[in-house]
Design a protein around this ligand. Structure first.
Ligand code: HEC
Length: 156
């Protein structure tokens, strides 16, 4: 029994290692597929760093942080969002500290502007709804207000 355990560990390591190898191979195969197929793969909705969510926002270009815009965003956030979100702790909704490092900017804006459809159809938002068992509210923000909140999120 002892012997089996002893050998099983390096063997598992090898399996893991060879999986890594396979991933590289499939990545290079991917580059040979058509552009359309690659786009579908990149939009893989379960990967939070490629999923752009569902809604009006399809592309956000981020430049250096604009402090004035972030300050305005913070004011909108304080007025419309803090009933459910506290910065630095989980409340009715998730703690939004560092949200920009775990979601794409487009996904965040779509979640703010189109939460009903997001929690119904987006895999990440659906999971959040199950976890928090309260729906994210649509605060009817304009795209401009939402973009300012995104800028604020880049500072927290
Ligand atoms: C009525 C309570 C409520 C209000 C008001 C609210 N939210 Fe939410 N929010 C939630 C809940 C709950 C979730 C988790 C998803 C769900 O359960 O639908 C969430 C999720 C989110 C997420 C995704 C977080 C993550 O970890 O991916 C973002 C971003 C967000 N909210 C931003 C906002 C912003 C910005 C506002 C103000 C415009 C706002 N929310 C207002 C309850 C709320």
């Amino acid at each position: 029994m002892r012997m089996i355990k002893f050998f099983a560990i390096p063997f598992l390591g090898m399996v893991f290692f060879s999986c890594g190898g396979d991933a590289t191979t499939s990545a290079s195969t991917e580059s040979k597929t058509t552009a359309e197929e690659v786009i579908v793969k990149e939009a893989a909705p379960t990967d939070p760093m490629t999923n752009k969510g569902i809604g009006p926002i399809s592309n956000v270009e981020l430049a250096a942080i604009d402090d004035a815009m972030a300050n305005e965003g913070e004011a909108v956030f304080a007025a419309k969002c803090t009933a459910c979100h506290k910065i630095g702790k989980r409340y009715i909704g998730p703690d939004l500290t560092g949200v920009i490092t775990r979601r794409t900017p487009e996904w965040i804006m779509n979640m703010i502007m189109n939460p009903e459809e997001m929690v119904a159809n987006d895999p990440i938002a659906k999971e959040l709804l199950m976890e928090y068992s309260a729906p994210m509210a649509n605060q009817s923000l304009t795209e401009d207000e939402t973009r300012k909140i995104l800028e604020y999120f880049r500072t927290i």
